[in-house]
Design a protein around this ligand. Structure first.
Ligand code: FAD
Length: 373
C-alpha cells in the first residue's frame, strides 16, 4: 500500500524543516526544546522510530545519581583525579538542571538517598573507599552543604563490610520525566513524529535529506540523538551496552526506601514502594551484552534473581512482575559526545548509565557548537 499524505497532514508536517532531531529520548527532546526556545520562529521536528522511545530514556532504572565512591576509585585509575571529579560535578549540576527543567512533582522525584554496599570479598576496595571519603567530601564542599558521601551505620544485609550513604541521591519515574519533557517541547512549538525510522541520509543543495519508512524529511541542520544506534553510514566512537532489569511484585522487602549500588556500580537496585527493581550484572557477560539488540538472557536474569535471593537474603518470598532490557551508549571515553560530522550534521549522546543526570544539560549546552554553522 502506497502512503499518501492529506493536504492537512502536509500542512502540519511539511517535508522541509529548519532543524530536525532524530531520536526522541531525553537528549533529543532536550535538544529540540532548547533549540526552539532560542529560535522561536524556527520549524523544529523530532523523528522517533518507536511509539515513545526505544533505547534507554523510557527503560532506565530511574536513579538520579552522580556516581559512587567505588566508581570514583575505578575512574581514578582510568582517567586520573581531575577528570574523575569532573564527572561527579557534571552529574550533580546536571541533576539540578533536570529538576528545574522538568519539575520534581512532574517526574515523581524523591530524594531518598543512595547506598553503596561492600560485600565480604571486597576488603581492599572497602579500605580504599573509606580512605577516599574525606578528600571527596572536601572537594564537593563548594557545591553542596554537608557531606556528599557518609559512612553508613545501617545494617542493610548481615555480613556486609559496610556501606556509604549519599544523601543527595534521588529516584524518579523516567517515563513521567520524558512525557513532561515532550510536553514542554510541544508547547514551545516543536513537532514530534513517532514511528518514523531514519534509514539513510544525503546532502542536497545545502540541506540534509533523511530517508525514512515515512518518506523523505529535509532540514538545513540535523542532529542524531540516537544513543548507540548512531548515524547511518557513519562510524562513531560508540559501543552499545545492553542493560537488563527486573521488578518484583510487591512484598515485604524490609529495605530502607532508596537506591542501592554494589560491585562498582555493575549491580544497582532500588525500592519502588514495596517492590524492588534490580538491574545490571553486565560484567558477567560483557561480550554478549555488547549489543544494541534488546533481549533478556538467562545468564543475567538468573544472576539478578540470585542476588536478591542470596546476597540480599530475600529468600524466595518474592515473584517477578516485569523484566526488560534497554541499551546504553559507551565509548572509548566516559565523556558524552557532541560531534560535527559534516556541515549541518551532528551526533549528540553517549551518556553511559548516567543519562538521567547528564543528558538534558549536555544537550542544551551542545547547541552552542551549532552556532555559526
Ligand atoms: C536498563 C537501563 C537502566 C538505566 N538506568 C539509569 C539510571 O538509573 N540513571 C541514569 O542516569 N541513567 C540510566 N540509564 C542510562 C540513561 O537511561 C541513558 O543514558 C539516557 O536515557 C540516554 O538518553 P538518549 O536520549 O541519549 O538515548 P535514548 O533514550 O535511547 O534515545 C535515543 C532514541 O533514538 C531513537 N532512534 C535510534 N535510531 C533511530 C533512527 N534511525 N530513526 C529514528 N529514531 C531512532 C531510539 O528509538 C531512541 O528512542 C539506564 C539505561 C538503561 C538501558
Amino acid at each position: 500500500m502506497q502512503k499518501t499524505w492529506s493536504f492537512w497532514e502536509r500542512q502540519y508536517y511539511p517535508q522541509h524543516w529548519d532543524f530536525i532531531v532524530v531520536g526522541g529520548g531525553f537528549c533529543g527532546v532536550s535538544l529540540a526544546y532548547h533549540f526552539q526556545k532560542q529560535n522561536p520562529r524556527a520549524r523544529v521536528l523530532i523523528l522517533e522510530r518507536d511509539i515513545l522511545a526505544e533505547g534507554a530514556s523510557s527503560k532506565n532504572a530511574g536513579f538520579a545519581c552522580y556516581g559512587t565512591v567505588g566508581e570514583y576509585q575505578s575512574d581514578l585509575k582510568l582517567m586520573g583525579a581531575e577528570a574523575a571529579l569532573n564527572l561527579i560535578e557534571q552529574r550533580i549540576k546536571g541533576l539540578e538542571f533536570l529538576k528545574l527543567l522538568v519539575g520534581e512533582a512532574q517526574m515523581s522525584w524523591q530524594q531518598l538517598g543512595g547506598r553503596e554496599l561492600y560485600f565480604p570479598d571486597q576488603k581492599e576496595e572497602w579500605e580504599v573507599a573509606q580512605a577516599h571519603l574525606g578528600d571527596l567530601n572536601k572537594t564537593f564542599n563548594k557545591l553542596i552543604q554537608g557531606s556528599l558521601f557518609q559512612l553508613d551505620k545501617e545494617n542493610i544485609v548481615q555480613g556486609l563490610l559496610g556501606s556509604i550513604y549519599s544523601p543527595l541521591e534521588a529516584q524518579l519515574d523516567p517515563v513521567k520525566a520524558l512525557v513532561q519533557l515532550r510536553k514542554l517541547a510541544l508547547e514551545s512549538g516543536v513537532r514530534i513524529l513517532n514511528s518514523v525510522e531514519v534509514k539513510g541520509l544525503y546532502s542536497h543543495s545545502g540541506d540534509w535529506r533523511l530517508e525514512s519508512n515515512q518518506g523523505i524529511w529535509q532540514a538545513a541542520q540535523v542532529v542524531f540523538a540516537t544513543n548507540s544506534f548512531g548515524v547511518p553510514a557513519y562510524d562513531l566512537d560508540l559501543i552499545p551496552a545492553r542493560n537488563q532489569v527486573l521488578v518484583t511484585q510487591p512484598f515485604v522487602h524490609g529495605l530502607k526506601p532508596g537506591n542501592y549500588h554494589a560491585r562498582e556500580g555493575y549491580i544497582y537496585f532500588r525500592t519502588i514502594g514495596n517492590r524492588l527493581l534490580i538491574g545490571g550484572a553486565r560484567h558477567l557477560a560483557l561480550e554478549a551484552e555488547t549489543t544494541s539488540q534488546m533481549g533478556l538472557t538467562s545468564t543475567i536474569q538468573d544472576y539478578l534473581r540470585q542476588f536478591l535471593t542470596k546476597d540480599l537474603a530475600m529468600g524466595d518470598q518474592w515473584k517477578i512482575e516485569s523484566q526488560w532490557s534497554g541499551i546504553i551508549a559507551t565509548g572509548s571515553s566516559k565523556e558524552p559526545l557532541m560531534q560535527a560530522l559534516e556541515p549541518g550534521l551532528w551526533y549528540c549522546g553517549r551518556f553511559g548509565g548516567m543519562g538521567v543526570a547528564l543528558s538534558t544539560q549536555f544537550a542544551a549546552d551542545a547547541l552552542k557548537s551549532l552556532e555559526g554553522n
